[in-house]
Write a protein that binds this ligand. Structure first.
Ligand code: PLP
Length: 401
């Protein structure tokens, strides 16, 4: 079955694998398929592929290659950083994070609470920003780690990571940041940020799903999360996913090269989409600070409309976007990010995220702007209950991305 062309505005969920990345990975399947831990040359040359990829991802974040630990995904990286800090100081049983993190932190935090740890989920302001004094006030002698995301996946709102890292440093508390949404959109310099741990996930930067990394600052104590073989210098066991690591390396090079385009052309496309929707469709508003935000993300509330109903109708028009709602036991839970920003459940359920990327064009934005107003008008003509009923009938499951 041939796939019809889609307008993909869901780049915070995942990104298209770049053809350059596929090309870079191909020899790993056809030529360099040995085990990098083997002693013979056929294995060694695979090890060299990993070394080169490590140098490339390290260059993306201005790290030393020895500070990179490849993992299976961003979720594992986040869990591993927090796990390490707790194991390094078992007497410290307090963790600080925020109420708007990805479920990688939210659910791990809830799990830690069940184990008897004390987890502080810091609140945010109505524009999604954080009061950094709260970070300062919340750090205690028994705080094992502070883990705060850099860019929010739902709203694109940026937290002042450099300042938060400085507060943590002044108190001697390790700091981890989930930077999964930032590569190719922001310049990342771990030396300037001075963080202890930083997570990335390759599928957000045009490489495949199932590969990530954890930056571990030199001399920061690291206790592995996965034990077994001595891969990753004993920091993450398991035979390396060589093709994906190589793809990640190539994607890191592309992310650096494409950064200016994302910051100018993609930003302008996002701004046009957002400004025109807000100007043309009454009863719409933006969620999250206007300026301290990723250049590609726009999260908008459509009053009196169920986001899932909008998404279904956009899908019929070949447009992919998303909402932060999670479908649990057949009912739509509003986004925890938007409710933490003070939106009512009804308004949160009426919010849609558009996240653009380097493959989007001005024509696609024009097409979305043409399709959206009649969709909203049609949906507003029926009650939210009817919309919800239609969504429930068609619902699969909605995972947080
Ligand atoms: N953190 C953020 C901010 C994300 O957006 C995501 C993915 O959506 C993750 C973590 C998890 O990354 P992965 O899908 O690689 O586990």
């Amino acid at each position: 079955m041939s796939q019809r062309k889609i307008c993909y505005f869901d780049n915070n969920a995942t990104t298209k694998v770049a053809p350059e990345v596929v090309e870079a990975m191909r020899p790993c399947f056809e030529e360099y398929w040995g085990n990098p831990s083997s002693v013979y040359r056929f294995g060694n040359q695979v090890g060299r592929q990993i070394d080169q990829a490590r140098e490339k991802v390290a260059a993306l974040i201005h790290a030393d290659p020895r500070e990179i630990v490849f993992t299976s995904c961003g979720t594992e990286s986040n869990n591993a950083a927090i796990h390490s800090a707790l194991r390094a100081h078992p007497e410290k049983r307090h963790v600080i994070t925020t109420a708007v993190e990805h479920s990688a932190n939210m659910k791990y935090g809830a799990f830690l609470q069940k184990l008897g740890y004390d987890v502080t989920f810091l609140p945010v302001e109505s524009d999604g920003s954080i009061d950094i004094h709260l970070v300062d006030q919340s750090i205690r002698p028994d705080t094992a780690i502070v883990s705060i995301m850099w860019a929010n996946n739902e709203t694109g709102v940026l937290f002042p990571i450099e300042e938060i890292a400085a507060i943590c440093r002044s108190k001697g508390t390790p700091f981890h940041t989930d930077a999964v949404q930032t590569p190719g959109k922001l310049k990342i310099d771990v030396k300037a940020l001075d963080v202890d741990f930083l997570s990335l996930s390759a599928h957000k930067l045009h490489a495949p799903k199932g590969i990530g990394l954890l930056y571990v600052k030199r001399r920061t104590k690291f206790i592995p999360y996965i034990f077994g073989g001595g891969q990753e210098h004993g920091r993450r066991a398991g035979t390396e996913n060589v093709p994906y690591i190589v793809g990640f390396g190539r994607a890191a090079e592309l992310a650096m090269a494409w950064l200016p385009d994302e910051d100018t052309r993609v930003r302008a496309l996002r701004d046009k989409l957002e400004t025109d929707i807000l100007g043309r469709i009454p009863g719409t508003s933006r969620n999250g600070a206007r300026d301290a935000r990723l250049p590609n993300t726009s999260n908008l509330t459509f009053d009196g409309v169920e986001a899932e109903a909008i998404l279904m109708m956009l899908d019929q028009a070949g447009i992919c976007a998303s909402s932060g709602s999670a479908c649990t036991t057949g009912s739509l839970d509003p986004s925890h990010v938007l409710t933490a920003m003070g939106l009512s459940p009804a308004r949160a359920r009426g919010s849609v995220r558009f996240s653009l990327g380097i493959y989007n064009t001005a024509e696609e934005v024009d097409y979305a702007l043409e399709q959206l107003p009649p969709i909203i008008e049609k949906l507003r003509a029926v009650s939210p209950e009817t919309q919800r009923h239609q969504v429930r009938r068609a619902a699969g499951h909605f995972a947080e991305t």
